[in-house]
Design a binder for this molecule. Sequence first.
Ligand code: FUB
Ligand code: ZN
Length: 651
Amino acid sequence: MTLPETKITSSFWKRYRQLVAKSSVPFQWEMINDQATVDVANDPFAAGGSSNESHAIKNLKIAAGREKGDFFGMDFQDTDVYKWLETAAYVLKYAPDAELKKHADQVVDLIADAQEDDGYLSTMFQIEMPERKFKRLQQSHELYSMGHYIEAGVAYYQVTQNKKALQIACKMADCLYKNFGTGKDQILGIPGHPEIELALCRLYDVTQQEKYLQLAHYFVTQRGQDPEFFDKQNAKDGKDRNFFPGLDKIGNRYYYSDKPVTDQQDVHGHAVRVLYFLTGLAHVARLTKSEDLLSAAKRLWREVVNRQMYVTGNVGQTTTGEAFTYDYDLPNDVNYGETCASVALVRFAKQMEHTTFSGEYGDVIEKELFNGALSGISLDGKHYFYVNPLEADPQASRLSPEKNHIATRRASWFSCACCPSNITRLLASVDEYLYEVHDDTILSDQFIANETHFDNGVSVVLKSNFPWSGELHYDLKNAQQQTIKFGIRLPGWTHQAYTESTKNIADVGKVQDGILWFTIGQGEASIDIAFDMTPQLIRANPRVKSDIGKVAVQRGPIVYCAEGVDNPQMLWTYQLEDKPTFTYHFDSKLLDGVGVLSTSDVTTLEVMNSSKLYDCLPAHKVATKLTLVPYYSWANREESQMEVWIAHAGD
Ligand code: FUB
Ligand code: ZN
């Protein structure tokens, strides 16, 4: 599948992508080189712990023998460099920059020097404990780290043709191919943290070397075959030698290694682990044409999005183990919703879309791109959320132990810094999510304005002011003699309320699985389509205890929230009337330009005399106003409360 040449023209996304290029990438470069001055003392108490120290480049320099010193950081500290490199690769595609290219080339050289002759690379083990390589896979992150390099190496090679970047990746994969499998001298094992599966598939896509696909298939299907594998390995490696306290006792459900994936009926355990694994599963299923694996991927996809995903797209309900809990358990104020988990869900959705044309995958990608994942980065590009709550109160975060993982301000960096470069690599590669192309069938999946040329001689120009406007105008050119099929995803939030008009379109087909199909003959054609952007009240399934009596407000793809900075009363005292009317205006000065919703169809509760905690008198409601801003933009002004789900008189 060759990626089309895409130029993003959307002003919303041009701003974000320039931000990544001009602000996030230079900032992260300073961070991983220990050159940034971060005011950690004033950073919030954040999941993973705030940190102003990275040492990530230094670890590689020590492993390469260029410097002397000790290893510092997480056992996957190397991945902060790899994800920076991957982001840089995507940035170089849309914002060429000689200085950035020089740094990135130097990083590739450094990684090549740090890599061992047999392809192995994990600096913690090389520097501190070479005798323990591949001996405690449950916790070691060796394959997770190498997977992240492989992804970066592939991306950097694809953009810059730097062969060394790809050779390092192949050498790494060869090392794993030699060490893992069912052979006599091989480890019949799996990684504690999946990621290598999806990375090997990417490597296969670019090299077409069967062994990489075989190995990915092995890791996907071996998981859960021997639920005791980690315990046995740990016992051999030795007692009390955990890399993270307690991880050996957490149980194999946490690692999603309790049964083979074809037997798994739900999602459980560490959210990022499961979602990276499912991404690899979907990719392997497609490449190997395995019906069993594909049906498992489809089943588990539904488990995630129909039972354990927040309305914003965030996933992972508990801070304990950064994990999924159970169906319909979706607490708003103690959840986790790690930024990495949202990025992983986007990756899973895209792989599912590669297997099947269906609008449900693009719906989730869109949900993340405009809400759950996007909330992970600040408007200045240099501050990040690790945890993304749907309800927050600075006082509770400070004083309630069960809520102090809920930061109400984004942090500059974390001691476990997985999220910052994960969100930036997603934003920098957003062009890869706009279309789904299978031969002569093209699906317009994301409505981000763009100009795209496809391999098959078709070009598409999409003009829109999405997400603020639902009006889309497509200009299409088909240089081929045969007709093509062109689909437009009808977003889940439209409820079929759209209007369209066409010019020179051979045939307007039916809506199938949430996609409206057109047949386009040779020459030029155009389509105008408008989605209804009336704000909608969203209700959760009543099985979701936390959202009973509440609604979320959504306009187009954007989920809104109330922030204390706009609304002076305690947010939980606001109650929307049964059928509130909202006014919408775009404020170009607020939060770098956002659509704002306001309503007067709302009351608050008058606060009782402060000497009383309880009373039998009826509640006294007072008419007021409520202002809502996009969820992704919260916590970019002064610290205050935030709420997505708002009490509603009609529920
Ligand atoms: O374990 C590596 C990464 O660190 C995970 O993906 C994140 O959830 C964080 O725990
Ligand atoms: Zn993360």
